[in-house]
Design a protein around this ligand. Structure first.
Ligand code: DHB
Ligand code: FE
Length: 285
């Protein structure tokens, strides 16, 4: 095991994800009207009640659930739990009107304001960063076909061992996190490495659920992106690699066929090259 693997614990990445969420998202929440809160809370509780009746849930099972819910909070794993098992449906509903690019879940490990690298450049990485080099070129357009110059492409992903900087210890702060801006033709070119498949932390409450249910903890290898341009809806997506054994059974249910890349060996023999473009939807009036 590497130093990162030895030190990376669910408690650490869970607590970091919880703090990140509180810092970045909580201040910006709109108030939900009481009628809406009442409707949603009632329907969720009714779904729980009907599951209990249908399966005759026992007191032992009820208390096991109570203990587990307490542990999710103590481990700081609510962001992980929700992003793995719930967010994909919220994303589906939020983007069903779109004509442009398919998106998918954000997950718990986005950090804003990653270092800027212009239109063509490498993400911040270690001098000896392990992993197959990947050069990704693309273009950002609007749904009417017009080219979007000055669009922002934020990229973040795990390293070749499946670890995210700022959530697993021992990695440089901005490792494999960068912000790119499209050129006059809406184009960008990003040099990075291919990430490894990612196992959600198994030593905390979410891991306990996975083990108790006999599930697996894997997400396929993926690149995370946020693509934005003035007057357009923000696109949050992930890009996957063909042939990954977990593309068909992603624990976070976030893979869509439109998001699978088609990398080719680089002509210069240096890793892989891939092209992938984005089409953004104009903001709705
Ligand atoms: C989780 C991790 C990810 O990298 C991701 O994309 C989605 C979810 C998680 O650990 O919950
Ligand atoms: Fe991820």
């Amino acid at each position: 095991m590497t130093a990162t693997q030895e030190q990376a614990t669910a408690a650490a990445s869970g607590a970091n994800a919880t703090e990140r969420f509180k810092t970045d998202k909580l201040g910006a929440l709109a108030d939900t009207p009481p009628e809406r809160v009442s409707l949603l809370a009632r329907e969720v509780l009714e779904a729980v009640h009907s599951t209990i009746r249908r399966h005759k849930v026992t007191y032992d099972e009820y208390n096991a659930l109570k203990a587990w819910l307490i542990q999710v909070g103590e481990d700081g794993e609510w962001p992980l739990f929700l992003d793995v098992w719930v967010e994909h449906v919220v994303e589906e509903v939020a983007t069903e009107h779109r004509q442009g690019n398919k998106g998918t879940i954000e997950g718990p490990y986005y950090v804003p304001n990653a270092p800027e690298r212009g239109s063509h450049g490498a993400v911040p990485m270690r001098a000896d960063e392990p992993g197959t080099p990947l050069t990704w070129s693309g273009q950002v357009r609007s749904t009417d076909g017009s080219v979007l110059a000055g669009a922002t492409v934020e990229l973040w992903h795990a390293d070749a061992e499946g670890f995210y900087s700022q959530f697993a210890p021992g990695l440089p702060e901005w490792n494999l996190r960068g912000t790119f801006t499209t050129d006059a033709e809406g184009r960008f070119e990003i040099r990075t490495i291919r990430p490894a498949p990612y196992q959600i932390p198994t030593d905390g409450a979410c891991g306990k659920l996975i083990a108790a249910a006999g599930w697996h903890a894997w997400r396929p290898a993926h690149l995370h992106v946020k693509v934005s341009a003035p007057g357009h809806e923000l696109l949050t997506a992930q890009l996957y690699f063909p042939g990954d054994e977990h593309n068909d059974d992603d624990i976070a249910s976030a893979v869509k066929p439109e998001l699978v890349l088609a990398p080719q060996p680089a002509p210069d023999g240096h890793g892989d090259v891939v092209e992938y473009d984005f089409v953004l939807d104009p903001e709705r009036a």
